[in-house]
Design a protein around this ligand. Structure first.
Ligand code: ADE
Ligand code: ZN
Length: 329
């Protein structure tokens, strides 16, 4: 299995239907589906919003610290089987605090799984807290302050997700300024459904270090040139783009053009329970549909470690990069 880092993964998007039913039973939550199979058959999306509606609805089964530990533990076991050696994991605190779950329960629960991940699964981890861009900037600021005790220990970065179009990055300038001052790493979703101007604004106004998705950057040649020159990583999610109809088919995905343009692209799973596969499944999918060469696949794996926030452990980054070079397909 090709060793890789996963840099674009929403932990809530790893909630498999079977676990959703188990947690619903334990927590006394009524799900409007008869079985995990029936729930899975509802995973047919027309756009980002149609996915988000179900994604937020199903989160209602996540109530206790233990629920978050089990969610993350299931992901880590699956990720290890898919060759993941380092994972930078998003979570959406506002989607939980908005339902009355304490942010400390969420973070403590996730951290309990992540803390032992290297020993149990051979996976080093970082946790990135995302703000919901379709909620007011004041809510992001309040969430940021509530999470402050965890900065530098459990939480190492901030991101921006949820419905993109009509919710431009610039609305969140203040919370990103505070995050930078607090020493956190900065990323944002941009150029998924929104145009290249969202990517430009995330870079220029928020000062992000990485762009999540960024596929629509390809519509602006000047932007592509700058992203390549500055080696700004783009965390691309091929299965997600097809399932949310940002791209018609996997065979038409812009990934090869992005590689050709010299962009620092990586391949990731986004919300693997909903989009039909984990990260190695995405690698296998693009390999087949886009006829990627072994050299391109190795480049994607190399990029994933280069783009990762492993700056605190360059020894590990070097060891993981050496594993990529030693890999035999
Ligand atoms: N939240 C979870 N997955 C997302 C995606 N692909 N885009 C925006 N917000 C998300
Ligand atoms: Zn995402």
């Amino acid at each position: 299995m090709l060793p890789k880092a996963e840099l674009h993964l929403h932990i809530e998007g790893t909630l498999e239907p079977e676990l959703a039913f188990a947690l619903a039973g334990r927590n006394g939550v009524d799900l409007p589906y008869a079985s995990p199979e029936q729930l899975r058959s509802a995973y047919d999306f027309s756009d980002l919003q149609s996915f988000l509606d179900l994604y937020y609805q199903l989160m209602d089964v996540l109530r206790t610290e233990r629920d978050f530990t089990e969610l993350a533990e299931e992901y880590l076991a699956r990720a290890a089987a898919q060759g993941v050696r380092h994972a930078e994991i998003f979570f959406d605190p506002q989607a939980h605090t908005g339902r009355g779950v304490e942010i400390d329960d969420v973070v403590r629960g996730l951290a309990a799984a992540l803390d032992g991940a290297q020993e149990r699964h051979g996976i080093s981890t970082r946790l990135i807290m995302c703000f919901l861009r379709d909620q007011p900037a004041e809510s992001a600021l309040a969430t940021f302050e509530a999470a402050r005790p965890w900065f530098g220990t459990a939480i190492h970065g901030v991101g921006l997700d949820s419905a993109e179009v009509g919710n431009p990055p610039g609305l969140f300038r203040e919370v990103y300024d505070r995050a930078r001052d607090a020493g956190l790493r900065l990323v944002a979703h941009a150029g998924e459904e929104g145009g290249p101007e969202y990517v430009r604004e995330a870079l220029d106004v928020l000062g992000v270090e990485r762009i999540d998705h960024g596929i629509r950057s390809m519509e602006d040649p000047e932007l592509v040139k700058e992203l390549a020159e500055r080696a700004v990583p783009l965390t691309v999610c091929p299965f997600s783009n097809v399932r949310l109809r940002c791209v018609d088919t996997l065979a038409e995905h812009p990934l090869p053009a992005m590689l050709e343009a010299g962009l620092l692209v990586t391949v990731n799973s986004d919300d693997p329970s909903y989009f039909g596969g984990y990260v190695e499944d995405n690698f296998a999918g693009v390999r087949e549909a886009l006829r990627l060469t072994e050299s391109q696949l190795r480049q994607l794996a190399r990029n994933s470690f280069q783009a990762s926030f492993l700056d605190h452990d360059e020894t590990r980054r070097a060891a993981l990069l050496a594993e990529v070079e030693a890999h035999r397909f």
